[in-house]
Write a protein that binds this ligand. Structure first.
Ligand code: ADP
Length: 465
């Protein structure tokens, strides 16, 4: 039976209708719900076109609809590359040294949100539940409200929410915060992000917090922590069935008894790759007995290569890798293996399974799904060890990992040693507890809890304090 209310998901990137398993992440999380409710997924088409040539594309399959809009090249650059990725992303990850603010980009961000809203509003039905994803689309609800939308609209922030001192460095940050109050429900990854949002509202917007209700600018919104999970069963199946299992077997054979440490991240400065390399180098310095017996595989596809900060970061990572290999390699052993590309999710699951240790050490991360995927891909009889940064949202839940401060290279190196020495009984114990948490808070629960909270939120726009 279909639920009475249709779900409308809005995200900058729209996943594929078919082959959802290959896309992972958000797609896996919401596509089931879209199918069940005959839902609509709306966002950017992934295409940039000449001004005046933007079109709306619609596709139907499996009872759901995907509607996507093209963007003019210049809008795209300013809204997506410059403002979203060059300004908001570093700000939200506490990197104000990297934020690049230009008024024209900020205007384009608003303008694109307005265009999205103008198209979307025509596709909405009165009883729809609208779920907007991520920092590209913060003003979307305001723009929809301006056009008369009265539906319940929720927003989920996949990134961290920064402290008020950092947020307030953004010129014109207030309209952005005010725009959050046009939603009915705000979801954050962790209680810490929620706290920082509440703190900002109290201190910078002179607002109030009463339980789950946050008030400011003459309006009220519900706000809560909804930590995103994964499809645990799917990742495990990928690791234990073909072709992931074949990749596992090939990796195992290639390792020839060596322990593999794996890192899998987009090439992004928030992921802590340089500090991670330095910690591994320290480990090799301190543990000559490990030489020849341990390999660090870093899988890091290029991300946002149009931005200078990312290109520079890539060179730094490559230099760090080359330095370690130059310093420690033997003719029959290379300590760091580096793959600069995306891999199929099934292959990744196989590689996770073949790795004794995962090194997930972002300097700041909303959640970090790789940490969860690594644990789900393990063999419960002989599981590997997760070394996890305390600054990943996942650390709030995954307390049975070896939690490290990525700014402390000594500590990370010690954790690597600890992980390699860890007896089987302790590995099993930790893995069992981690799995219990993953299964309990999986992606379906995340989605259902958010949708239920949105449906139950006090109704509609125009709420006054
Ligand atoms: P972020 O959203 O910042 O990239 P997450 O760890 O939360 O970080 O999510 C990353 C997702 O992308 C995970 O599902 C992960 O499996 C996938 N991923 C990361 N690196 C690769 C890669 N090299 N090939 C394929 N998928 C990848």
């Amino acid at each position: 039976m279909k639920p009475a209310r249709r779900l409308v998901a809005v995200s900058n990137r729209v996943g594929p209708l078919r082959g959802v398993a290959a896309a992972g992440g958000l797609a896996v999380g919401i596509v089931d719900a879209l199918r069940e409710s005959g839902g609509l997924w709306f966002g950017w088409s992934g295409r940039t076109v000449a001004a005046g040539r933007a079109r709306l594309h619609r596709e139907h399959a499996d009872g759901m609809t995907v509607a996507t809009l093209d963007l003019p090249q210049q809008d795209f650059e300013r809204y997506y590359n410059n403002f979203s990725n060059g300004c908001l992303w570093p700000l939200l990850h506490f990197r104000i040294d990297l934020t690049q603010y230009h008024h024209a980009d900020s205007d384009a961000y608003r303008h694109v949100n307005r265009r999205f809203a103008a198209t979307l509003v025509r596709l909405l039905r009165p009883t729809d539940l609208v779920w907007v994803h991520d920092f590209h689309l913060i003003p979307l609800a305001s723009e929809l409200r301006r056009l008369g939308a009265r539906q319940r609209i929720g927003f989920f922030l996949h990134t961290p929410f920064p402290p008020t001192e950092i947020l307030s460095t953004l010129p014109h940050h207030e309209p952005l915060v005010r725009a959050l109050f046009d939603y009915d429900l705000l979801g954050f990854q962790t209680d810490e992000d929620l706290n920082r949002f509440q703190d900002h509202v109290r201190r910078a917007a002179r607002g109030s917090v009463r339980g789950a209700t946050v008030g400011a600018f003459g309006r009220e919104v519900r706000a809560g922590a909804f930590p995103i999970g994964i499809d645990v069963e799917q990742v495990h199946r990928f690791a234990f069935t073909r072709p992931g299992e074949q990749d596992f077997a090939r990796m195992r054979a290639a390792l020839a008894g060596r322990d593999q440490i794996i890192g899998v991240d987009r090439l992004d400065y928030s992921k802590g790759l340089l500090r991670r390399m330095a910690a591994y180098e320290r480990y090799l310095e301190q543990h000559p007995e490990s030489h020849g017996h341990v390999i660090y595989l870093q899988v890091a596809p290029v991300s946002r290569g149009q931005l200078k900060s990312y290109r520079e970061f890539r060179h730094e990572v490559e230099a760090a890798k080359a330095q370690i290999n130059g310093r420690f390699s033997r003719f029959d052993w290379t300590p760091v293996h580096y793959l600069n590309r995306a891999l199929p999710r099934r292959t990744l699951a196989g590689l996770f399974r073949a790795s004794r240790i995962a090194l997930v050490t972002p300097v700041r991360d909303g959640m970090n799904l790789v940490a969860k995927e690594y644990v789900a891909a393990q063999d419960a009889e002989d599981p590997g060890v997760l070394v996890l940064s305390r600054f990943a949202g996942a650390a709030r839940q995954m307390t049975d990992a070896l939690i490290v401060n990525p700014f402390d290279g000594e500590e990370t190196a010690r954790a690597l040693h600890h992980a390699r020495q860890m007896p089987l009984a302790e590995r099993r114990r930790r893995h069992e507890r981690l799995m219990r948490g993953l299964v309990e808070y999986d992606v379906r629960r995340w989605r259902n809890e958010f949708i239920t909270a949105l449906a139950d939120a006090p109704t509609g726009s125009g709420r006054r304090r």
